[in-house]
Design a protein around this ligand. Structure first.
Ligand code: FCB
Length: 437
């Protein structure tokens, strides 16, 4: 690596991230069905109809995985708690094995000197709640707060930090407007409701965790740097609207008590009743803000219904996802979020990484280069004053990449999905050396 731990302030948290459905193996341990199971079982939604029933079998291999984290020299580990593992019906009677599992995970981390960073919801909604409308139903904020209470009563005294929801844009827009993720809807009313309820859910879950005394609460949003596809005014307007929906809507709700006007031009007629009255709930004081960042997009106008924009391919080198590599975007967002929204609040990079067609017996130099370039971008932002307190690599290990199944490999650790054997990649060893330095 071109960076060393010694270049970072004392207490800076180097972390790796995963999420529950992507690694645990949802077929084990009494977890209830989720909307990802049913989405994956519906033809055409997921590559080869793959699902998270076994995934990396982390449920049974937790100790081995914890040892690998320790070998990497991590300060922290960002994981998520599966709602359906803890509450198989989404509400009601908890699954004792599920609570025990997260209890052992937190203790196993602490025993190895690794700080547990918890996310309550990383996308596997219990199917029983999907039946009730999921994120379209305003009651979901109460359901999420109740789940927060059940899980945090068990682990909240020992987590380093907690955030309610991973990536509101994916939960709401990608899943209810674009239809790419569960529940696979393409409906503007469903999307408008989900966009708002994901934030009321955030607010109520923060309240519930504060009431229990859980410390260090934040929000995790994802960002894409937006380039207009060309120099026309039409492309500039299309890019501005894409940026509003993707990058400014959720931050606006969380930190400014308002949604971007150009987004509301399209969404206002479809919003849930009384949405204007919810900003006190949404804008709960937070202790930090997390940024997930992977790529940039080129946006062009498209004829047709609002929002009337689409992506065109760009010229930069791309990852296995087809995503352009653009570290400058990370530097930009760390500075921009601080100056425009969070104003001095601690920031964390909560995800950053690349997919690569890795084999266990080949060095993943492309990932080493990607991580170096993005960490350097974060260091430039810090030098310019961004209050960055930690940097999280996505992902600890190869895992279930949602609609793209198991073929997109994001891990520092290779996983053979036939044998479930873990093999640290060259990037793992390089990072371990950088963190030991
Ligand atoms: C993020 C998700 C994570 C993973 C990476 C590649 O949007 O939070 O689960 O899929 O992208």
């Amino acid at each position: 690596m071109t960076f060393k731990r010694s270049e970072f302030p004392k207490g800076f948290q180097f972390a790796a991230a995963t999420s529950s459905y992507q690694i645990e193996g949802h077929g084990h341990g009494g977890a209830g069905p989720t909307h990802w199971d049913t989405f994956a079982a519906t033809p055409g939604n997921v590559v080869r109809a793959e699902n998270g029933a076994i995934a990396c079998d982390h449920y049974h291999r937790m100790d081995e995985d914890l040892d690998l984290m320790q070998g990497l020299g991590l300060d922290a580990y960002r994981f998520s708690t599966s709602w359906a593992r803890v509450l198989p019906e989404g509400r009601g009677t908890p699954n004792a094995d599920g609570l025990d599992f997260y209890d052992r995970l937190v203790d196993g981390l602490l025993k190895r000197g690794i700080n547990p960073m918890a996310t309550l919801y990383h996308w596997e909604l219990p199917a029983a709640l999907a039946d009730l409308g999921g994120w379209r139903n305003p009651d979901i904020s109460h359901w999420l707060a109740d789940f927060a209470t059940v899980i945090m009563r068990r682990i909240g005294d020992r987590v380093y930090s907690a955030a309610p929801i991973n990536e509101p844009w994916c939960v709401a827009w990608l899943s209810h407007f674009m239809g790419h993720h569960a529940p696979g809807l393409r409906d503007i009313r469903a999307a408008a409701h989900a966009m708002h309820h994901v934030l009321t859910g955030h607010g109520r879950a923060v309240q519930a965790m504060r009431a229990l005394g859980v410390k260090n609460l934040g929000a995790v949003c994802n960002f894409e740097y937006v380039h207009p596809a060309d120099d026309t005014a039409e492309a500039a307007a299309a890019a501005r609207l894409y940026d509003g929906i993707y990058n400014r809507f959720f931050l606006g709700g969380l930190f400014k008590g308002a949604y971007p006007p150009e987004v509301m031009e399209g969404l206002a007629p479809h919003m849930p009743k009384g949405w204007q009255d919810d900003f006190d709930l949404i804008g709960q004081p937070l202790d930090w803000c997390g940024l997930n960042y992977y790529t940039c997009k080129r946006i062009a106008p498209v004829k047709g219904a609002w929002p009337g924009h689409g992506e065109v391919p760009g010229p930069l080198p791309k990852t296995q996802m087809g995503w352009e590599i653009y570290p400058e975007g990370l530097e930009y967002f760390l500075k921009w979020v601080d100056t425009e929204y969070t104003k001095g609040l601690p920031l964390y990079v909560t995800e950053s990484g690349m997919a690569n067609a890795d084999r266990a017996d080949q060095p993943d130099q492309a990932r080493i280069d990607y991580l170096n370039a993005h960490v350097a971008a974060a260091q430039r932002a810090m030098a310019a004053g961004a209050p960055l307190k930690g940097y999280t690599f996505w992902s600890l290990m190869d895992n279930y990449e949602w609609a793209l199944g198991y073929e997109k490999r994001f891990g520092l650790i290779h996983v053979d999905f036939e044998t479930l054997k873990r093999t640290p990649k060259a990037s793992y060893h390089a990072l371990a050396a950088a963190l030991a330095s």
